[in-house]
Structures are given as structure tokens and as C-alpha cells.
Design a protein around this ligand. Structure first.
Ligand code: FAD
Length: 445
């Protein structure tokens, strides 16, 4: 009697360097692959609109890749603990494999499932696949976790090199009876009325094959100029790998090993380090999206929300050219260049005096790379309330930033046009008001 292996795909929508899939292939029993759309487990953050769009297409691509190898991808919807347990029993699984997740609600689901499946006599194994370092393995001399990036990254670099990527299993065997699956279209992950995803379709090709092509293209064409040009939003000098890493179409181990030998790759690799650090921080501070990491910021006197200001920011109508260009790039493509993310975030928090959490939520909804750790981590970094954050009093001046990083106005004119505009707030006066509000944080006990 066959005792199938169940592989549960989550944030790892790939065949290459996928330890859970690899383990199942080695086990040499028929394989059942499943993805569960979990919108019900306690505390799980619901995906934003742009993320749902990406997920739809990435699942489609994964399903094709598995089908070519003789395995069907089963789609089920519901609280993952229940859905996976039911499926494991339904197929008579002998083993269940997945790659680890690090957010607290997901870990609670996984731990519960691990014990119930084991109690039912199944083998259950989880693997390290999404981070170069397991968050509990990087500790300071006194055994605590790091709250400053540079020593964190130095400690990571002093550890043995990240493991080599695993090859993609060449042959896989599906089960003869394929369990029932939802239809991907029935999940309605794509927007319909209205269909706002035209710009996303123009910009991106989700899925593992396109992710691998983009990595190769980046290494050959852009990595050599990365350090020099990465801060210029019009230069197209960065990797655009963030949604691919977010959805696990590429593993960080693959990216690491492909880039590490290349001359001048250190700056790029340290950005992967920031991703590690953000996840390390989320692992140790699960409320990162809602709670100031530095509690003295709880005393920040946010004024009552002006909804017209929030709306103008969201839709790129603040009259500040670089801010509007960034917000329109985001709305159109589901992506914004890192330098401009910092400028738009600073403008929301420090010129409009709007709570960083509202900005974080908007990015969460509109970014194709919306990431449970990277997004709140970076918002708190800009707000000054986070781990190793920019000091609050450092207020980005969007006009100077544009002069410095977009000197030929290429980025701004592409996204916001050339017509002169009037800012909705006075930059100098609002900066002063923000610094005065910050004094209350400094006075907090
Ligand atoms: P590259 O410069 O090519 O960097 C390579 C990879 O390193 C990225 O793909 C990403 O995985 C990682 N990385 C780079 N910069 C950072 C960083 N500052 N923090 C953590 N990881 C980093 N990144 C996300 O992936 N998801 C988010 O939701 C997200 N929200 C952000 C919100 C704000 C307010 C800010 C300021 C930054 C945010 N970032 C986020 C970080 C960064 O802007 C993006 O990762 C980067 O712009 C993606 O483009 P790239 O892949 O071309 O980056």
C-alpha cells in the first residue's frame, strides 16, 4: 500500500531549492502537492489586492511546473490547520513536509498541525528554506537577539556559508487518484470590477521560470553597477527580485550563491541581509505591524487624521513631485523604488503627521512584494520607532532628494509629468511641527 507524501506549499512557490519537495521526492512514494488559501486562522494577515494578483499567477505557474512532472496541485481554502489535516487523512499520507514560516500566527498553525499529524502516526518534517539564517540561530555574545543591523550582519557573515541550493527534483510521481481541488478562478484573487491590474500585467511576469530569468539578467547586466546606481529610481539598477523572494519563487540560497562570487556584490548581498534582519526582528517582535518597537513612540501626539491628506498621498496628489511620482508608480505597477519608498513614507509621517501604520496598510494593499516583515520593519525604520531606525529628526526633504537622485527629472516626469504643482502642505513648516511633536517622545518617561 502506498503511503503518499504530502507537500504543503506556502511562501515557497518553486520547484528548485525547495527542501520540502526535495524530501518528498527522496522518499519515493507518490506525491500530493497542496496550497491552502487561509483567510481564517487566528491572527493571519489577509493578503492585499496586489499580493492576491501575484499569488494567482504564481500558483498558476507552479501548477504548470508540477503538472509537467506528473503531479497535480491541490487547492483548498479554509483554516490551514483543518484543511491540511483533512487532506492528509483523505490521501492516507505517510509523511507531511513543509518549509518553515516565521510569523507568530503561522507558527501557531504549524505547531498545532505538527503535533496532531504526529499523534496520528504520520512523519512530519519542516525545513529551512526562506531565510539564510534561522532567526533563533543568530544571537549576540550574551545570547539575546540583535537590534542593530551592522553587528547582526557581521555575525551572519562570520557563520559558515549558507548551504548550497538543492537541485530541482527531475522526476516526481503523483498519486493515481487525485484529490478534489478548488478551481483557482473560484478563489477570485484577481480584481474584476474594476480590473485595476492592467499596469501589473504590463510590468510583471510572476512564476518561477520568469524569476530565474530575471535573476540571470540582473547578474549579467545590472549587478556590476548596483552600488553606484541603486539609489537612482530612473536607473533600473536594482534586481526587482522582491516579489520573487516574497513568494519564494526564488530561494535566498540560490540568489546568494549566484551573486556571491561576482565582483562588487557585497552591497547587494547586504540588502538580502536587511531582509534577514527584518524577519529576525518580526520573529522576536511578532506585533511589528501594529506596535512601536520603541515604546517611547507610543507617546507621539498624532493629530486627528485629515482624510483628505491621506487620500492625496495615496493617490499621488500631494503636489510634491517626487512623492506623487512614487505613489503613482506604486498604484500603476504594484512596486516602488526603495529610495522613493523612504521619501514617500517620510512625507506621510513627518510632513502630513499621519501615523505610520496607515501608510504601512496602504503599502500592504498595493505592493506586489508586500511582506509581513519587510513592510512594517521599513515603516518603523522611517518612523524612527523601529530596530536600528533612522532617527526621527532626520526628515527627508523630497525636493533635495529629487535633485540628488533624479537630477534629470526622468523618474518624476515619467510618473508625475512636468506640470508645476503646489504642495498641499508647507514642507518647512510641517517639518518644524513634526520635530515639535517629537519633543514629546523625548520627554516620555
Ligand atoms: P534590491 O535593491 O535589488 O535588493 C535585493 C533584495 O533585498 C530585495 O528584493 C529585498 O528582498 C531585499 N531588500 C532590499 N532592501 C531591503 C530593505 N530595506 N529591507 C528589507 N529587505 C530589503 N521590501 C519588500 O520586499 N516588501 C515590502 O513590503 C517592503 N516594504 C517597504 C516599505 C518601506 C516604507 C520601505 C522604505 C522599504 C520597503 N521594502 C520592502 C524594502 C525595499 O524597498 C524593497 O525590498 C526593494 O525596493 C525591492 O526592490 P529590489 O528587489 O529591486 O531590491
Amino acid at each position: 500500500m502506498a503511503s503518499p507524501s504530502l507537500v504543503w506549499f506556502r511562501d515557497d512557490l518553486r520547484l528548485a531549492d525547495n527542501p520540502a519537495l526535495h524530501a518528498a521526492a527522496e522518499r519515493d512514494e507518490p506525491l500530493v502537492a497542496v496550497f491552502a488559501l487561509d483567510e481564517e486562522s487566528e491572527g493571519m494577515r489577509l493578503l492585499g489586492g496586489a499580493a492576491r494578483w501575484w499569488l494567482h499567477h504564481s500558483l498558476h505557474s507552479l501548477r504548470e511546473g508540477l503538472r509537467e512532472r506528473g503531479v497535480a496541485l491541490v487547492l483548498r481554502r479554509g483554516p490551514a490547520g483543518r484543511v491540511i489535516e483533512e487532506l492528509a487523512h483523505e490521501v492516507g499520507a505517510g509523511a507531511v513536509y513543509w518549509n518553515r514560516r516565521y510569523g507568530a500566527p503561522a507558527r501557531a498553525v504549524d505547531a498545532g498541525l505538527k503535533s496532531s499529524l504526529r499523534a496520528a502516526g504520520m512523519e512530519v518534517s519542516s525545513f529551512a528554506a526562506s531565510l539564510l539564517r534561522e532567526p533563533w540561530t543568530v544571537t549576540t555574545g550574551s545570547g539575546t537577539h540583535y537590534s542593530v543591523f551592522t553587528p547582526f550582519w557581521r555575525a551572519c557573515l562570520s557563520l559558515p556559508a549558507p548551504r548550497s541550493p538543492l537541485t530541482e527534483p527531475r522526476t516526481l510521481a503523483g498519486t493515481t487518484a487525485v484529490p478534489a481541488s478548488d478551481a483557482l478562478d473560484d478563489w477570485a484573487l484577481l480584481p474584476t470590477a474594476p480590473d485595476w491590474a492592467g499596469g501589473l500585467r504590463e510590468t510583471w511576469e510572476p512564476g518561477e521560470p520568469a524569476a530565474r530569468r530575471r535573476l540571470q539578467e540582473f547578474l549579467a547586466e545590472d549587478l556590476p553597477s548596483y552600488d553606484r546606481a541603486r539609489d537612482e529610481p530612473a536607473a533600473g539598477a536594482t534586481s526587482l527580485l522582491s516579489p520573487r523572494l516574497r513568494w519564494g519563487e526564488l530561494s535566498p540560497f540560490t540568489v546568494w550563491h549566484e551573486a556571491v562570487g561576482v565582483d562588487g556584490a557585497g552591497g547587494f548581498l547586504s540588502e538580502l541581509g536587511w531582509r534577514e534582519f527584518a524577519w529576525h526582528t518580526l520573529f522576536h517582535s511578532p506585533d511589528l505591524a501594529t506596535k512601536n518597537l520603541r515604546p517611547e513612540f507610543d507617546a507621539f501626539p498624532w493629530p486627528p487624521l485629515d482624510p483628505a491628506h491621506l487620500d492625496a498621498w495615496q493617490h499621488g496628489e500631494t503636489g510634491v513631485p517626487l512623492v506623487d511620482a512614487g505613489m503613482r508608480e506604486l498604484w500603476h505597477t504594484g512596486y516602488m523604488h526603495n529610495r522613493v519608498r523612504m521619501v514617500t513614507a517620510s512625507f506621510l509621517i513627518k510632513n502630513l503627521l499621519i501615523d505610520w501604520r496607515l501608510g504601512e496598510e496602504w503599502f500592504w494593499d498595493t505592493l506586489v512584494d508586500a511582506d509581513e516583515a519587510n513592510n512594517p520593519f521599513n515603516w518603523q525604520w522611517v518612523a524612527g520607532s523601529g530596530a536600528d531606525a533612522a532617527p526621527y529628526f532626520r526628515v527627508f526633504n523630497p525636493e533635495l532628494q529629487a535633485k540628488k537622485f533624479d537630477p534629470q527629472n526622468l523618474y518624476v516626469s515619467r510618473w508625475a509629468g512636468d506640470a508645476p504643482t503646489e504642495p498641499i502642505v508647507d514642507l518647512a513648516a510641517t517639518r518644524k511641527a513634526a520635530l515639535a511633536a517629537y519633543d514629546e517622545v523625548k520627554r516620555a518617561p
